[in-house]
Write a protein that binds this ligand. Structure first.
Ligand code: NAP
Length: 320
């Protein structure tokens, strides 16, 4: 099979498309024929060797894919050959024609969700779910600012928060991104590339502030975020690419908090809850992954470049 292999950490040039043996499922494992693989920002940090998790080399990137069960190992009961699934982590990597996974790493993909959309489920939607439900403990009627609403996590969070009954504000840096956030459910949108947009957000709350901020770029925004919070507000740090100075008094005066999390650290019980919630939302149409761009697997370097550029509009997915 064709697969992307990273033999050394580095720039885009270390992403090589190679011919490798198609894996065979052992006991408790399944083989998925990949129809689409999702590209997440962390895939690029991991490839560069700057991420907290460094896989043994060589490795095939990607945790998120959607496809069809091709073969199952002994003892597998959850799925059968021919089932449509999305993956939440794999054993051999999602950027390939086939991926080996544990039985528990595949989840039913509802009929109405395309493979391209299915490749955008795991990391973005689980992150949005964990951020809203577990970390922020969001309640209907609260106001959430999705700070970075045009990308994978942001569009997921907008759809989810809207369905939960929150008032949703979203930001993006292009008109296309703003339109997307609005279309997916944001009540009001703001351009984070324009000076003074934070004042507009505060004004939109009548000066009260927002209850929750889901933050995609904390190293740029955290200090200003704290000044946008209502009493008992919380900033949930999802994305961060550097350091920033904050004034803790901004938290004290609001009895507010800043919390962070990483999806890698969630418990099996939390993960089970997340998949149940996501599958229900995919089935009933409240969750609709947005595919911004489909690229052939051979264009993986372009995908890794573009996922870090401004102007997000949903997910970038690779098609083997
Ligand atoms: P993505 O699809 O590439 O989207 C990036 C988002 O960040 C876009 O909405 C982009 O908006 C926005 N952004 C750019 N500049 C911004 C600014 N100054 N202020 C606010 N937002 C800004 O990435 P993603 O998959 O949604 O992930 C978002 C971040 O969360 C990444 O850093 C990723 O590594 C991280 N993440 C963390 C976890 C975790 O477990 N904690 C899980 C998933 C993702 P425009 O392009 O419109 O400017």
């Amino acid at each position: 099979m064709k697969a992307i292999l990273v033999r050394e950490f580095g720039g885009l040039e270390v992403l090589k498309r190679e011919e490798v043996p198609t894996p065979k499922p052992a006991t408790g494992q399944v083989l998925v024929r990949i129809h689409a693989a999702g590209v997440n920002p962390y895939d690029t940090y991991m490839r560069a060797g700057t991420y907290a998790i460094k896989p043994p080399l060589p490795y095939t990137p990607g945790s998120d894919a959607a496809g069809v069960i091709e073969a199952i190992g002994d003892g597998v009961k959850k799925v059968k050959v021919g089932d449509r699934v999305y993956t939440a982590k794999t054993l051999t990597g999602a950027y390939a024609e086939y991926a080996l996974t544990l039985e528990e790493q595949v989840h039913s993909l509802p009929e109405k969700i395309s493979f391209g959309q299915g490749a955008g489920v795991w990391v973005p939607y689980a992150t949005a779910y964990y951020g809203l439900h577990h970390s922020a403990e969001a309640h209907s009627s609260e106001t959430v600012l999705v700070h970075g609403a045009s990308g994978g996590v942001g569009t997921a969070a907008v759809q989810m928060a809207r369905a939960m009954g929150l008032t949703v504000f979203g930001t993006a840096g292009t008109q296309k991104g703003l339109d997307l956030a609005k279309r997916e459910g944001a009540h009001q949108v703001f351009d984070h590339s324009k000076a003074g947009y934070q004042e507009q957000i505060l004004k939109a709350t009548g000066g009260r502030g927002v209850d929750i901020i889901l933050e995609m770029l904390a190293n740029v925004n955290l200090s200003a975020d704290l000044k946008l919070l209502a009493t008992n507000g919380r900033v949930i740090i999802i994305g961060n690419r550097g350091e920033i100075t904050i004034n803790p008094r901004d938290l004290m005066s609001r009895r507010a908090s800043a919390r962070g999390f990483t999806l890698w650290a969630i418990t099996p019980a939390e993960e089970a809850e997340i998949h149940a919630g996501l599958i229900a939302g995919l089935e009933n149409g409240t969750l609709r992954p947005v595919v911004g761009k489909e690229l052939p697997l051979a264009e993986v370097a372009r995908a890794h470049k573009e996922v870090l550029e401004p102007g997000a509009a949903g997910k970038i997915v690779l098609v083997p």
